[in-house]
Design a protein around this ligand. Structure first.
Ligand SMILES: NC(=O)c1ccc[n+]([C@@H]2O[C@H](COP(=O)([O-])OP(=O)(O)OC[C@H]3O[C@@H](n4cnc5c(N)ncnc54)[C@H](OP(=O)(O)O)[C@@H]3O)[C@@H](O)[C@H]2O)c1
Length: 278
């Protein structure tokens, strides 16, 4: 199978290269394929004739999106429309990576795929715009919502925690923001199965279980033998994020389970990641 991955040099893109190793994979990213440029995208589709497109490219800087919501909609909304319409024209199936941030976080139990989205920040609105374009452009689509990604290819949350621990000798952790930390390697493995076995539609895929940012920080330190380091609990408000964040955006994995995909727990994933497993 010929697979085209957008955002191929991002943290998920890199993990997808490994999980799809038995296929012919083309990883494209900025600057060569800007997804907001119709003609450029079409040229790559003509050249590569993909059977499957995994659209992982996005503007993921949530604070940046808040400061420039039009640019967020251009990249995450319009860019996704352009990729989806190219898939429809060429007959390729499409996986669109979406986010827990399409939900408002007001629910107190895991969100199902059919719960109504209600984003509360510019990034979430732009990711939802992308979902809607994908749904209306082609039937053979998989919308995969995930959360709190970390993995090789970027300085992600575990590295930031460990850097701050070494630098400052103490840390703060947010107690009222809860979701499921997800290692890109496990997500990429789940996506590879989903795109080959499951019926098209919307799916939630994260590592299983959930925690607050505070608990995540504690677990990273514990696994690195740094449990003695003080972690000060703080609320989102005290932390002062420059945009609204959903407080409880845990995604239900029931549908993924029914499809035969069992995601490892977030603690197990974190342990393997910190051990340097691929
Ligand atoms: N990170 C998370 O916690 C998280 C949570 C839920 C869902 N997601 C979704 O998961 C997907 C993968 O996320 P990730 O963490 O792997 O993100 P990432 O590391 O930021 O990778 C995204 C890639 O897309 C590229 N990109 C940005 N604008 C582009 C454009 N106009 N044309 C082509 N490529 C462009 C980025 O390039 P530059 O680096 O040069 O900008 C980057 O290489 C995204 O769709 C994201 O919305 C992420």
């Amino acid at each position: 199978m010929r697979v085209l991955v957008t955002g191929g040099r991002g943290q998920l893109g890199r993990a997808l290269q490994k999980s799809l190793a038995q296929h012919q994979v083309s990883l494209l990213d900025l600057p060569e394929m800007d997804i907001t440029k119709d003609d450029v995208v079409q040229r790559y589709f003509n050249e590569l004739t993909p059977d499957l497109v995994i659209h992982a490219a996005a503007w993921t800087d949530t604070a940046g999106c808040e400061a420039d919501p039009e640019q967020a909609l251009l990249v995450n909304g319009e860019g996704s429309r352009i990729v989806a319409e190219a898939c429809a024209r060429s007959g390729a199936a499409m996986v669109y990576i979406s986010s827990n941030e399409v939900f408002d976080g007001e629910k107190r139990e895991p969100y199902g795929e059919d719960d109504p989205p209600n984003p509360i920040n510019a990034y979430g609105r732009s990711k939802l715009a992308g979902e809607r374009h994908v749904k209306s452009a082609l039937e053979r689509h998989y919308i995969v919502r995930t959360a709190w990604l970390y993995g090789a290819g970027r300085v992600s949350f575990p590295e930031k925690v460990l850097e701050a621990a070494t630098r400052d000798g103490s840390l703060k952790g947010v107690t009222d923001e809860v979701a499921s930390p997800t290692w890109t390697a496990d997500l990429a493995a789940g996506i590879a199965v989903l795109a080959q076995k499951a019926a098209p539609g919307t799916y939630h895929l994260t590592n299983s279980g959930h925690c607050s940012r505070f608990e995540w920080v504690q677990e990273i330190l514990r696994m690195r033998g740094l449990s003695d380091l003080p972690v000060e609990p703080a609320t989102l408000e005290e932390f002062g994020a420059p945009y609204h964040k959903p407080v409880f955006s845990v995604l239900s994995l029931d549908k993924a389970r029914r499809t035969g995909i069992e995601m490892p727990s977030w603690q197990d994933a974190l342990a393997r990641y910190l051990r340097g497993a691929d």
